[in-house]
Design a protein around this ligand. Structure first.
Ligand code: ZN
Length: 442
């Protein structure tokens, strides 16, 4: 049986703040709104007619010079990496980032203001499991500018080990950290944007960074560090590089399970790695075969099931048991739902939905089979007595395959037992409940 799934999260409510945009220097207000499961992060241009949205996806990447720009059609959003970094690291999978300009307020050049907004809004769990990219084999990208990113397998979480080095290897710094909300908020989010004077001088001359000032960036000139307030960390630069990596890699639209080794990273290299991950994900998807449902060995086929359960068509609600766990307290059954199910005729004509009570019945039958296996006797059968905390989360439709999970949570004497059950379709929980049984002679 799979481990407890980690669920997607969104914001508990809307929240926002205003500030200056980096490139135009104009006032902009930003609002973060909750969004449904599987929505991902989308930017909304409130200042344009029809308020178009842009998916924060690597396919929409337009520019990686100095900052990350995404766009769809002729619509652009600039400097998305800091707000994306905060959303991703603080555990927000689904949200709308609404703005009345073409870039978010730059704040103090760090991700601090975004973290504050996210915390004010609150983060809440949804009912759909999170999507992950598990690194299976090392991946790597290298750019002409000397950036090198190596992604290694690590199933414990997402970890970044980063080395930052400025021109002539000035300000070489190293940091290795897990990407997790508390660590991000404390160690990464406050790290500000930094620039080397020689890189920004031409931009200032061309008036391309009107909103840029020592209020929102640290400027390094020779060995001197110029900033409004002193460095927040002795190694603030490498921390900001990690902040940018998290934001740029958020464009893959799922969470990474792996360890990233980054040497002199930048937006171009980060984006290239994000593209490589997206390509690998679609390669894996194209190879994915339908879920194989094993027969026999450790499970029960339909013949074995009808020798145990007294239920018959149309009330037999489990086709096969695919596994019993080693301790014998959990099992998974399968039910293929076809349009030929008699209940679809009346539930409802023209709009077939599997009745929730039939799912509860399916959970009860799978739990009975589990109890039977534990009791190792065919003379008695567990009868379904009551159900607690039953929830129907999503409709089950003709063509769906339901994976019915049952786990024995309590067995009192020889007469009573409780089982926690849930039904899964396409990796989403469609119904759940806690069922109580009593044992009677057949
Ligand atoms: Zn940055």
């Amino acid at each position: 049986m799979a481990a407890t799934p980690e669920f997607q999260h969104t914001l508990a409510k809307s929240a926002g703040f205003s500030g200056t945009s980096l490139h135009t220097g104009e006032k902009v207000s930003l609002k973060l709104h909750p969004a449904p499961a599987d929505h991902g992060i989308k930017f909304k241009r409130k200042d344009l007619t029809d308020e178009p949205t842009i998916d924060a996806k690597i396919e929409n990447l337009k520019m990686v010079e100095r900052a990350t720009t995404i766009g769809e059609g002729s619509i652009r959003v600039h400097t998305v990496e800091h707000v994306l970094s905060a959303l991703s690291a603080m555990g927000v999978d689904n949200a709308i980032v609404e703005m009345d300009a073409n870039e978010p307020p730059i704040g103090d050049g760090s991700a601090k203001s975004y973290v504050e907004v996210i915390k004010r809004a609150g983060v809440t769990a949804q009912e759909t499991p999170r999507k992950f990219f598990h690194v299976r084999e090392p991946m790597h990208v290298e750019t002409k500018t000397g950036a090198m990113l190596i992604l290694l397998p690590d199933d414990n979480g997402f970890r970044i080990s980063c080395t930052q080095a400025g021109p002539n290897n000035r300000f070489t710094q190293f940091m290795s950290t897990d990407v997790a909300p508390e660590i991000f908020e404390r160690e990464i989010a406050p790290a500000r944007t930094f620039v080397f004077y020689e890189d920004v001088e031409p931009l200032m001359a061309k008036n391309l960074i009107k909103g840029g000032s020592l209020e929102n960036a640290i400027v390094v000139r020779g060995d001197a560090v110029l900033s409004k307030e002193p460095l927040r960390f002795p190694d603030e630069f490498v921390r900001h590089k990690i902040l940018d990596i998290i934001g740029d890699l958020a464009l893959i639209g799922c969470r990474i399970r792996g360890h990233l080794i980054a040497v002199k990273p930048g937006h171009a290299a980060n984006a290239e790695l994000a593209r490589a991950i997206a390509k690998e994900r679609s390669r894996r998807e194209s190879l994915a075969i339908p879920r194989v449902v094993p027969k026999g060995n450790g499970g029960l086929d339909s013949d074995e099931i009808i020798q145990i359960l007294p239920h018959r068509y149309p009330f037999l609600m489990v086709d096969r048991i695919i596994s019993f766990d080693e301790g014998g307290t959990k099992c998974i059954g399968v039910k293929s739902v076809t349009i030929n199910e008699p209940f679809f005729q009346g539930h409802f004509p023209g709009h077939p939905v599997m009745p929730g009570v039939m799912q509860v019945e399916a959970m009860a039958q799978v739990a009975s089979l589990l109890l039977f296996k534990l009791a190792k006797t065919s003379s008695r059968i567990g009868y379904f007595m009551s159900a607690d905390g039953v929830k129907f989360r999503k409709p089950v439709l003709p063509g769906d395959t339901i994976f019915i999970h049952a786990e024995l949570t309590k067995a009192r004497g020889e007469r009573l037992a409780k089982a926690k059950c849930h039904c899964v379709v396409n990796d989403a929980i469609v119904s759940e409940g806690e069922l109580m049984f009593t044992f009677l002679d057949k």
